[in-house]
Design a protein around this ligand. Sequence first.
Ligand code: BGC
Ligand code: CA
Length: 304
Amino acid sequence: MVNTGQSRLDSDQYDDFNAEHESMDNLQKVSLFTVRGYGSSKRYQLATGVLGLISAALLMAVIGMAIQIKGMGVSQSSLNFTAVRSELKLLRDDRVRLKAVMDSLQHDYDKARSDRSLLQAQLDRESAMSDRLLSQIKTLEEQKKREDVRVLQLVRSCGRCPPGWEVMNDTCYYFPTSSGIPRKGWDDAKADCIRQGGNLATVDTLLKQTFLVGVLRVLNSEGFSYRSGFWIGLRQKDTEGAWHWTNGSSLGTGYWMDGEPNDDYGYEDCAATYPTVNILKSWNDAPCRHPLKWICEKEATATS
Ligand code: BGC
Ligand code: CA
């Protein structure tokens, strides 16, 4: 029995030994033929792990960027370069068109400016010409007035008065209205009338007063002023207030302006008549040395 047991033990041990031996051989074989394969597998596993980690990290990064891009509002279309390029071309075309429009407007503006200065120059020339014409018209109107009076004088006098003298009934009157004839004091005016065969006018009737002031108003284009007076043959000599005509007669009715004669400053001794609106109030006493125009009279020649 023991033997059997022993034998059995031995047999088992033998089997175990063989198995162990066989496994050792196998192991040896494996080590001999599969050492390299065994090592590569481990590295492969390691590399796979690392690559997995990298892939995961990259995936995370891509997802992160996508989220970021989406967050920045960048649309897919704006990233479309073709669309952007065509948009850019449209913008360039617009820019060229706008530049052309701007150049054309600038050209129009420059032209308008130059037209404006031409028109302004023309306007200035025409204004100057208009001023010249107006002044010529005024001169011609004054000339015409004088000519009218002259024609009237000739017609009315029928040759009884010298040229430039006006006739009224049997008296010729002279008004040195021309601007070429300077104003004179009363004495010089009287001397001029005497030189022409007459004397300063005596205005001793209403008819004469009305006639003379009427003529003065036609002749005078400047309106009333104390400078527009005409000496008449009336003067006060020794006694204040004693007015006498050059023919020696004393003053009857006087056609004084309101408030005259006032002997202004105490030395107004000569009388002048003026182209006043009120024909019956046209006289003023003035200083005899005042330079004024004057009215001469002389007898008209008898009609044949
Ligand atoms: C006065 C007249 C005076 C005249 C002299 C006027 O202001 O009213 O009375 O004869 O000046 O020019
Ligand atoms: Ca006076």
